[in-house]
Design a protein around this ligand. Structure first.
Ligand SMILES: Nc1ncnc2c1ncn2[C@@H]1O[C@H](COP(=O)(O)OP(=O)(O)OP(=O)(O)O)[C@@H](O)[C@H]1O
Ligand code: SF4
Ligand SMILES: [Mg+2]
Length: 329
């Protein structure tokens, strides 16, 4: 088997919260192959952004290993290590304004990632000009400042900046959720085109399950700091195994849009009411699970292969594989 580009094992990222330790990411194992698009979904607060930021080197991990291109990365990077990492892994953020320096012109901002590669001067300017055009903006946009562009145009710059140094992995954290619906599809199409053109691996974090289904070949589902299900996107969406995945899909697909919003708000509250503490034992979904038995609260479930080739962390996977749970979202 070829070495995955990203290989994460037993990754933890805990934050101090008063006297407690909040487990934002708690024992995640994950591989991302070169050139693959992995979707990452889950309710608000489940740890998706934290996991993305740890992989990108923007957030120190508390424990576990992170191999990038087969090399183990330190828990916290020096400036030099971070610069080296940023040539391999880049991020596209939800807030395109915050990710650009307001005092730099767009052309200068575009060239910045190239400096770590030693590309400067005319070569860097030419490359920036090419990328302006590639993301569908006129050359005149290069002379402007971030506040002079629309949200959609700024996100195009965020994407150009992420791809310009030809990284192996681009992590997109809700890249279109702040944009007008009319430009969301254009930005998604642009990301897909660039990903295919450059064979860049992508970790795509989104609440919009339809977009993840469209883009990702594999999908991972996070719940309170843990990956509870992962596998080929079609199988995760068509034959979800984990009771949480079933619930998440039902919340997004059933009813009218207003009902869906109300349901997801209720879900957010449920998560907020049960912040994951590092000392928790048993299955974290147990208080909300219709299939829970006493064993579910005693010991944590681990990811196991299901009959549909996904992996699900559930003590009752054999029962579910036998057809036991799909009627109970
Ligand atoms: N720097 C931090 N300090 C303390 N707690 C943090 C920090 N960053 C994240 N958290 C907490 O970690 C948990 C996971 O947060 P994270 O932002 O990763 O979730 P998410 O899945 O990306 O949510 P959303 O879908 O709302 O973006 C949350 O409970 C959050 O409050
Ligand atoms: S382990 Fe138990 S509580 Fe957790 S999802 Fe499975 S059935 Fe539900
Ligand atoms: Mg987030």
């Amino acid at each position: 088997m070829t070495t995955p580009f990203i290989d994460v094992s037993q990754l933890r990222c805990h934050f101090k919260s008063g006297d407690d330790l909040l487990a934002a990411v708690d024992g995640v194992n994950l591989q991302i192959a070169a050139g693959e698009v992995l979707g990452l979904v889950g309710e608000s607060g489940s740890g998706k952004s934290t996991l993305g930021r740890v992989i990108a080197g923007l957030q120190a991990r508390s424990a576990g290993t992170l191999l990038v291109d087969g090399k183990e990365m330190p828990h916290q990077y020096s400036r030099r290590q971070f610069r080296a990492m940023s040539t391999k892994v880049q991020m596209v953020f939800q807030d395109s304004y915050a990710s650009l320096n307001p005092r730099m012109t767009i052309l200068a901002s575009l060239q910045e990632p190239l400096w770590s590669l030693g590309v400067r001067g005319k070569q860097a300017r030419d490359k920036a000009a090419y990328w302006l055009d590639r993301v569908g903006l006129p050359q005149s946009a290069g002379e402007r400042y971030p506040h002079e562009l629309s949200g959609g145009q700024r996100q195009r710059i965020g994407i150009a900046r992420a791809f310009i140094a030809e990284p192996k992995l681009v992590i997109c954290d809700e890249p279109v959720s702040a944009l007008d619906v009319s430009v969301q599809a254009q930005i998604i199409n642009l990301l897909q085109e660039l990903q295919r053109e450059h064979n860049t691996a992508m970790l795509f974090i989104a609440h919009d399950l339809a977009v993840v289904r469209f883009l990702a070949s594999r999908t991972a589902v996070m719940y309170l700091g843990e990956i509870v299900e992962i596998g080929p996107t079609a199988a995760v969406f068509e034959s979800p195994r984990h009771p949480y995945t079933v619930k998440l899909l039902a919340a997004h697909l059933d009813g009218n849009p207003r009902e869906r919003v109300l349901r997801s708000l209720a879900d957010v509250k449920a998560v907020a009411n049960k912040a994951p503490l590092a000392s928790d034992s048993g299955c974290r979904f147990a208080p909300r699970c219709q299939l829970a038995t006493r064993a579910c609260s005693d010991s944590p479930p681990w990811l196991q292969l299901s009959v549909v080739d996904t992996e699900a962390a559930c003590h009752r996977l054999a029962y579910i594989d036998g057809g036991g749970s799909q009627a109970q979202p």
